[in-house]
Design a protein around this ligand. Structure first.
Ligand code: ATP
Length: 425
C-alpha cells in the first residue's frame, strides 16, 4: 500500500529525507521511516521522534548524511545506531537488526538483519510498521504484522508470546499506549501480560529502565489514569513496596493539574517546571522519607531531581505554619524561598487549607524575587566582620525588609548594624 502520509511531514524534514534517499541509493542501501513516527503519521498525531532504519550499514549512512548537511552526529557502535541533528530535528538512524536476550529483562544483544526482522523485534504491531523512503517505492507502507488494521481498530497487540518476558518494560508501554490513545489491549496480549506480572517479570528489570518508563508515563497529560491502570494490572510495588493510590490521591492529582495550569498561565516566566516530578511527589508523598530516598537511589534519579523530591519530605511539617492567618510575610518567605517551584506547586495543590494556599500564592506573586540593595562588598567596605555572619545578616535584612518595609540602601545599612550587634552578642 502506498500511503500518502509522508507529505504530512514538515517541509524541511521532507527535503532531508529526499536527500537521504538519494544517498542511500548511491550506497546501495535501503532506508525506511519506522516505529512511532509511522504510527503517528497514520493517525494524524504530531510526533517528535524521527526514527530511520537502514538495510545496510546505518553508521556509514549516517556519517554521509551528517557530512552532506554539515550536521552534528553521534554514533553508538554497540547497537549500530547514530543520531543526526538536522535543524531542530533529532533523527535516530539504526541498522536493521534482530535482537537476542541473554537473559530475561536484560538489554538485548544485536546482529544485522532485514527490515522484516527488525520490525519483528518491536513491542506492538502498531509500532512495527515502516514507510519506504526509497526511490523505487517511496511512501510504501511495509506492514507485515497487521499494524495498520490494529491501529484503525484501536488495538495493542504484542508481536509474539514471549514478548513481555523478553522485555517486561513492554508491560508499562502497553498501558501507556492503551491510555494515551484510548485503545484496548487485545485479549491474548492482556492474558500474557497478566501471566508475566504473576511471574514477577517486572522484578527482573533494572530499576533504571523502570524509571525511564515511569517518567514517560508521568510526562503524559493527566497521568492519573495511567497510574490507576498500572495499579490494576501490575500494582505499584515496583516503585515502592506497598505503594497504592486511592481516592485522596485522585483528588490531589486533579488539583496538581489545575495548579500546573495556573503556574503556566501566571508564572511561567520564572522557570520551566518539570511537571512529572510533581506527580512523582504526589505518588511518593505517603511514604516515609527513608523510602523516598531509597527510591531515588535505586532508580538513580539525578541529584537535582532527588533534591526536589526529598525537599518536600523535609519541609512538609514546617509548611503547616502556612495555615496560619497571622503569619508574618517574612515567615512565608523563609518557609518557601529555598524550595523548588515543583515542591511549591505540590504544597499548593495538596494543601486543603485555604489560608495556606493563599499564602503560597502570595509568595508566588510577590516574594519570589526579594532583593536587597546592599551586598557582601558593601558590608566589607563598612567594616562588618566576621564574614561568616554575612548570610545570617542577609537573612535578617530580608526579614526586616519584608516585615518592616525597609526601602532605601541606608535603611538596610542601619538595620545591618543592628543585626550584627545582635549576632555578635
Ligand atoms: P512515543 O510516541 O512515546 O515516543 P514511540 O513508539 O516513538 O512512542 P520510542 O520509545 O521512541 O516510542 O521507540 C521508538 C520505537 O522503537 C517504537 O515505536 C517501537 O517500534 C520500538 N521500541 C521502543 N521500545 C521498545 C521495546 N521496549 N521493545 C520493543 N520495541 C521497542
Amino acid at each position: 500500500m502506498v500511503i500518502r502520509k509522508l507529505n504530512k511531514l514538515p517541509k524541511d524534514f521532507i527535503s532531508f529525507i529526499r536527500v537521504s534517499s538519494g544517498i542511500a541509493y548511491r550506497l546501495n542501501m535501503k532506508v525506511y521511516l519506522v516505529g512511532g513516527i509511522v504510527r503517528d503519521l497514520i493517525i494524524g498525531r504530531e510526533s517528535f521522534d524521527y526514527d530511520i532504519v537502514v538495510e545496510g550499514d546505518g553508521i556509514e549512512f549516517s556519517m554521509k548524511i551528517a557530512r552532506k548537511f554539515n550536521s552534528n552526529f553521534r554514533k553508538h557502535h554497540r547497537f549500530g545506531t547514530a543520531t543526526v541533528y538536522y535543524r531542530n530535528y533529532k533523527i535516530d538512524i539504526a541498522t536493521c537488526r534482530r535482537e537476542y536476550y541473554p537473559h530475561r529483562g536484560a538489554l538485548p544483544r544485536v546482529s544485522r538483519a532485514s527490515l522484516g526482522e527488525d520490525l519483528l523485534r518491536r513491542d506492538f504491531t502498531i509500532n512495527a510498521m515502516a514507510l519506504s523512503l526509497n526511490k523505487t517505492d517511496y511512501g510504501r507502507l511495509i506492514d507485515p504484522y497487521g499494524g495498520y488494521i490494529d491501529l484503525k481498530n484501536g488495538i495493542i497487540r504484542i508481536m509474539h508470546d514471549d514478548s513481555f518476558f523478553d522485555d517486561p518494560t513492554r508491560i508499562l508501554r502497553a498501558i501507556r499506549f492503551e491510555k494515551r490513545f484510548s485503545f484496548r489491549i487485545e485479549k491474548h496480549t492482556l492474558a500474557l501480560l497478566k501471566m508475566a506480572v504473576s511471574k514477577k517479570a517486572l522484578s527482573s528489570v533494572d530499576d533504571q529502565r523502570l524509571r525511564d518508563e515511569l517518567i514517560l508515563i508521568l510526562k503524559e497529560p493527566s497521568p492519573l489514569k495511567y497510574i490507576k491502570r498500572i495499579q490494576e494490572l501490575t500494582g505499584l510495588s515496583f516503585i515502592s513496596k506497598g505503594l497504592r493510590v486511592n481516592k485522596d490521591d485522585y483528588y490531589i492529582f486533579a488539583r496538581i493539574e489545575k495548579a500546573i495550569e495556573l503556574y503556566k498561565n501566571k508564572f511561567s516566566t520564572y522557570r520551566r517546571i518539570e511537571e512529572w516530578i510533581i506527580y512523582l511527589m504526589a505518588l511518593l508523598s505517603k511514604l516515609p522519607r527513608n523510602d523516598v530516598i531509597r527510591f531515588c537511589k535505586s532508580f538513580r534519579l539525578r541529584r537535582g531531581e532527588e533534591k526536589r523530591l526529598v525537599d518536600y519530605f523535609e519541609h512538609r511539617k514546617a509548611a503547616r505554619y502556612l495555615n496560619r492567618n497571622n503569619i508574618k510575610i517574612s515567615r512565608v518567605y523563609f518557609l518557601l524561598y529555598r524550595l523548588s517551584f515543583e515542591t511549591i506547586i505540590f504544597l499548593y495543590a495538596s494543601s486543603r487549607n485555604k489560608t495556606a494556599r493563599d499564602n503560597i500564592l502570595f509568595f508566588l506573586n510577590k516574594l519570589t524575587d526579594v532583593r536587597l540593595s546592599i551586598n557582601g562588598h558593601d558590608l566589607a567596605r563598612l567594616g562588618f566582620a566576621p564574614k561568616k555572619l554575612y548570610s545570617k545578616v542577609f537573612d535578617g535584612l530580608k526579614m526586616a525588609k519584608l516585615d518592616k518595609g525597609l526601602v532605601t540602601k541606608n535603611d538596610e545599612i542601619a538595620e545591618a548594624k543592628k543585626i550584627f550587634r545582635r549576632l555578635k552578642k
